[in-house]
Design a protein around this ligand. Structure first.
Ligand code: WT7
Length: 631
């Protein structure tokens, strides 16, 4: 399929996409396989919000990911799977084989009572069966909800219950570096409080040494055999039928289920993948994200498969058996397009350069970055040591809610600027607004980042709570989608995202709400109250700093350990605080609002100017907090 191939073409495409979005997107949509064409390209209003792309059309996204490529590319590798342990065998799955395995897995779901519109939760390791399960759901119109396999039992059960899911797919264990993660055991704990789950299908990643509950739990391998090689019938979906739910953190304790629908998501995932990475059919593409996050959905599974690409799935971690693992894998498969997170880059940057220099890396053509602002040093290290100065870096800004990349360079086509996400993709209309919601025009300005026109892969609702969607994203500023990010537009009109302006942290590229961590801490019986803030962290981008008020305790370090355990239990290890300070009070205004500004300053190690503290209920707590601050 055609890519934008010059800066002039980008500019003219952009202009066309703004002036005539309907014609622009229908031209792109025509390249896909539809059962029925749409009646209307776009119907929308941001008040409700109500967003309809390609209304009236019928399709199945997996036919576009799989069947469509079989005539010319049946033997092409769709998925390369690289295991955690380099001594274990890798897998190469062709488009033909993937097509077949998805069809059979889809029938397995049908045999287990899954129908169109049912929710299926996936709590699985990074193995090909996870991608297959995602596609199998989509094949029969079931709504998938992938839950990151690092989440705790409590986090898992909350998500299963919110989605009222019918079936859970999991594995006996997951493996990461030298750790064995007891996924089935965690799932069992979670399911004690999940009434809607009827069946659990368990893939045997290791030895299968887990408890199986009669009539509820079944082995994936057995269930597949029962299908007898018969593929499920493809479900014909409406353009706006829900494709998946993905839970993400916001400014309350309760994660929200971001809902994406079928046709618009498909069109934009493919379009953005092809153009940002400037994909060509000889490329070997590797995104190091986990499928438990949106990056894995859009740019390990859907985008690349829609484009007919070879996508690499990696089960392991960047630093095991040694910090050269990424680069060894790049050489092993001659990866040409490589997409990772700034936190991984910084972690590897901190290791000896010999781990990079042992490897050739000449296959690389484009490097990508996602998840948080990439700082200039990391950008340069990536550019020089990994890209050898020859590979454009696409710093891609987007969100779970946007479904696809919104602001980013098109590799080798549009200009680069270190630490800038640069320019919007065609069809994307970003704008900056001031505190009163007025749009800030012109260049060399700063404000809150909004989007003022719909794009095909935007979220449609938050599962089970449309008001929350409206309130969070469409009510702060009238007629605009609000991203929650602050942003600069420089003198050349280039965008630089400066970070969240709400109570959401970005820890190693993972979004975690401060309220969520506070709720977890507060469940500890000796905790009275807590306040959590993010602070700059060299490797993780942001670290978590928790201020906690406790009733009696004997041993402070034991108390802190218990708090950490509580968070691991409630959310998972990703939300572990880096610093915990036990305090006797929190800085509050007379109306009882916690002054987070002060707590952020202390966490940053900057206590010289805490601003006006005279409005505080009890200014003396600030002195105590300053003295006890954790360095
Ligand atoms: C938040 C979204 C998009 C997939 C991964 C995270 C931050 C993301 C960038 C970037 C600066 C970025 C934003 C955004 N973010 N990419 N290239 N430059 N900031 O998805 O968990 O939905 O988080 O990540 O703050 O709002 P997410």
């Amino acid at each position: 399929m055609k890519k934008i191939n010059s800066y002039e073409e980008y500019l003219s495409n952009y202009e066309k996409s703004i002036e005539d979005p309907t014609v622009f997107w229908s031209d792109i949509a025509k390249t896909f396989h539809w059962h029925k064409q749409w009646d209307n390209v776009l119907e929308w209003n941001f008040d409700e919000p109500s967003i309809n792309w390609f209304k009236g059309a019928k399709l199945n996204i997996t036919e576009n990911c799989l069947d469509r490529h079989l005539d010319s590319n049946a033997d092409k590798t769709a998925i390369i799977w690289e295991p955690n342990d380099p001594k274990e065998s890798a897998q190469h799955i062709s488009y033909e084989e993937l097509h077949q395995r998805v069809g059979i897995a889809a029938q397995m779901l049908k045999n287990n009572g899954v129908n169109k519109g049912d929710r299926v939760c996936l709590y699985m390791p990074m193995i090909p069966e996870l991608a297959i399960a995602v596609l199998a759901c989509a094949r029969i119109g079931a709504i998938h909800s992938v839950i990151f396999a690092g989440f705790s039992a409590k986090a898992l059960s909350d998500r299963v219950n919110d989605a009222t899911a019918k079936v859970l797919l999991t594995a006996d264990y997951g493996v990461r570096a030298t750790k064995k993660i007891p996924l089935k055991e965690i799932a069992d704990n979670a399911l004690e409080s999940c009434a809607t789950i009827e069946k659990v299908i368990v893939f045997k990643r290791l030895d299968g040494s887990v408890n199986m509950k009669a009539d509820r739990d079944f082995w994936w391998e057995d269930e597949i055999l029962k299908v007898n090689g018969v593929s499920a019938k493809v479900e014909s979906m409406d353009a706006e039928d829900e494709l998946f739910i993905l839970y993400t953190s916001g400014s309350t304790g309760q994660p929200k289920g971001v809902v994406h629908s079928t046709a618009g998501y498909m069109v934009y995932a493919e379009y953005s993948f092809r153009n940002v990475f400037q994909y060509n059919d000889k490329d070997i593409y590797w995104c190091t994200a986990d499928i438990g996050w949106i990056t894995g959905h859009s740019y390990i599974i859907y985008g690349p498969l829609l484009a007919g690409a070879t996508t690499l799935m990696f089960e392991g971690v960047p630093t095991w058996p040694n910090p050269g693992r990424f680069w060894e894998v790049v050489d092993k498969y001659q990866v040409s397009l490589f997409y990772t997170a700034p936190t991984a880059i910084r972690a590897l940057q901190a290791c000896d350069l010999s781990f990079v220099d042992k490897h050739n890396l000449s296959s690389l053509r484009v490097l990508g970055s996602v998840g948080e602002p990439i700082n200039e040093e990391a950008w340069k290290w990536y550019h020089i040591n990994i890209g050898k100065g020859n590979c454009p870096i696409v710093d891609t800004w987007w969100q779970t809610e946007t479904g696809g990349i919104m602001i980013a360079p098109l590799a080798g086509i549009t200009p680069l600027k270190p630490a800038f996400a640069t320019l919007p993709l065609p069809g994307i209309q970003p704008c900056l607004v001031d505190a009163d919601g007025n749009e800030i025009e012109g260049n060399d300005v700063e404000g809150n980042l909004c989007v003022k026109f719909p794009w095909p892969s935007m979220l449609r609702t938050t599962w089970g709570d449309h008001d929350r969607c409206k309130l969070t994203y469409f009510s702060t500023y009238k007629d605009k989608y609000f991203t929650g990010d602050g942003c600069k537009r420089d003198e050349d009109g280039f965008y630089r995202i400066t970070g969240r302006v709400d109570d959401v942290m970005n820890i190693s590229g993972h979004r975690i709400g401060t309220a969520e961590v506070e709720c977890a801490i507060n469940t500890h019986e000796t905790v009275v109250e807590s306040a959590v803030v993010g602070y700059p962290h060299d490797i993780k981008g942001q670290g978590i700093y928790a201020y906690v008020i406790c009733t009696v305790f004997d041993d402070e370090s034991l108390m802190k350990k218990e708090i950490i355990q509580q968070i691991i239990k409630e959310i998972g290890p990703i939300a572990k605080p880096d610093k915990i300070q036990i305090v006797s009070g929190l800085p509050k205004t007379r109306s009882g609002k916690i002054m987070r500004r002060i707590l952020r300053k202390v966490a940053e190690g900057d206590t010289s100017n805490l601003g006006d503290t005279s409005t505080l209920l009890d200014p003396s707590v600030v002195e105590e907090i300053k003295i006890g601050a954790i360095k």
